[in-house]
Ligand binder design. Structure first.
Ligand code: PMT
Length: 400
């Protein structure tokens, strides 16, 4: 969502300025071109050089600096931006914008832009609760500005309360949300992610290398595009994306129950989970003790959840994944057809940067109408958005 986008990062003065450095790093990592504008007081906390080095662009500080004005100019900055992101946004900055004051480069640029403006406030909790601040915040929301809620915790001044700058990851996700098309608004999406665990005894289980990253990236992107998202997740170390409702499961049987429970309400189902095809016939009550030279474990078939969904598909959009080590297209096409899918994402997990437990993937989309689309290496969030572009069209085509 941020790839190739121009973001103006406006930094105003507060102790949380150091977190804006991390935010800048996340924005550039996500592919955004970032131009930083700092207020005078922000420069008391971190020097412009830090932001300049990390953004690769000159930092703008002065409304009346002829060199900066010639190079880019505040109006040009306001025009070129796809997004204005103000973090940290102090009570003073928010107050000035709400009152229409434009007495420095940052407030002037904000006033001059037609781009969406996202503010991440940070201040002392008493300032946050002050009715004047609350009124300013309300006013900005009414004008269409996007404001995050500050986090609660221990503040730099030693106070406990609400006023901390939200986590940079959360600000990044909100920025993506602001820029995302809302083409999945009003739609219910059910997504599965991660591995399943099939227990042998109280201390051992069968599983696979799925980290959940692919499914969680789809859940985050779907939420940013306006969908109501239920994520059914096997065991992972990931945080549930903002605004997503998550059901944690362990075994394939548990995943099946959770998926079936939410299937009725779903308009779209995307199954990115790596479900174990087999499970031990018996789970030992006690830890299995070392005995002979060999131990034979008898396995039985798990239910194929996606195939079962395909049988009772109705008007839903159904998407599967296939992780293959050989004959990628043939195997994926077989699953597409057998499970009555609209689309299957085939990943060749023998390729570096693709498949399990990495941040990237190399995928092909096989459509039910026979089309095959091939992609180069992309971040999993980019794969998620490419997939959702197709899913949104399929969803719209199926609506009466
Ligand atoms: O989690 P990551 O580390 O990010 O890795 C992502 C991934 C590689 C796990 C993901 O991109 C992926 O490919 N998931 C599917 C893995 C797989 O091999 O699926 P499969 O070929 O066994 O199954 C095909 C489809 O049927 C899948 O959508 C699967 O969720 C579903 N299935 C499979 C078996 C089963 N018993 N029930 C199912 O619903």
């Amino acid at each position: 969502m941020l790839q190739g986008k121009t973001v103006v990062l406006g930094v105003s003065g507060g102790i949380a300025v150091y977190k804006a450095v991390e935010l800048l790093r996340l924005l550039t990592k996500a592919g955004a071109e970032v131009h930083v504008v700092m207020t005078k007081s922000a420069q008391q906390f971190v020097t412009p050089l830090t932001f300049q080095t990390l953004s690769g662009n000159p930092v703008h500080t002065d409304l009346f600096n002829l060199y900066q004005e010639q190079e880019i100019g505040h109006i040009s900055l306001a025009d070129r931006a796809d997004l204005f992101l103000l973090a940290p946004a102090t009570a003073n900055l928010i107050g000035k914008i709400a009152q229409g004051l434009a007495d420095d480069l940052l407030t002037t640029s904000v006033m001059a832009t037609k781009a969406p403006v996202l503010l991440a406030p940070a201040m002392n909790s008493n300032m946050y609760e002050n009715p004047i601040y609350q009124r300013n915040q309300k006013l900005l929301r009414e004008y269409g500005y996007h404001l995050l809620e500050p986090a609660t915790g221990e503040l730099a001044c030693g106070w406990q309360g609400q006023g901390k700058l939200p986590d940079p990851e959360l600000i990044l996700s909100a920025a993506k949300s602001v820029l995302a098309p809302k083409d999945l608004f009003g739609c219910q999406i059910l997504i599965t992610a991660g591995p399943t665990r099939e227990e042998l005894d109280p201390v051992r289980y069968l599983t696979n290398y799925s980290s959940g990253k692919m499914g969680y990236a789809i859940a985050a992107a779907a939420r940013q595009r306006g969908a109501s998202v239920t994520l059914v997740s096997g065991p992972t170390n990931l945080s549930v994306p903002e605004g997503v409702s998550c059901v944690s499961v362990c075994s394939a049987e548990e995943m099946r129950s959770a998926v079936l429970e939410h299937y009725e309400a779903a308009d779209i189902v995307i199954k990115a989970a790596a479900v174990a095809d087999y499970r031990p016939v018996r789970r030992a009550e006690q830890k299995i003790k070392k005995s002979g030279d060999e131990l034979v474990i008898e396995l039985e078939k798990n239910p194929d959840i996606l195939a079962e969904l395909g049988e009772q598909k109705g008007a839903r959009v159904l998407v599967g994944f296939a992780a293959e080590t050989e004959r990628l297209l043939a195997h994926a096409a077989e699953k597409l057809q057998k499970k009555h899918l609209d689309l299957i994402v085939a990943n060749d997990i023998t390729r570096e940067g693709a498949g399990f437990d990495v941040d990237t993937n190399i995928v092909r989309f096989l459509h039910a109408d026979g089309r095959v689309e091939e992609f180069d290496l992309m971040g999993k969030d980019q794969v998620a958005n490419q997939l959702l572009n197709r899913v949104a069209l399929l969803y719209q085509a199926k609506r009466p």
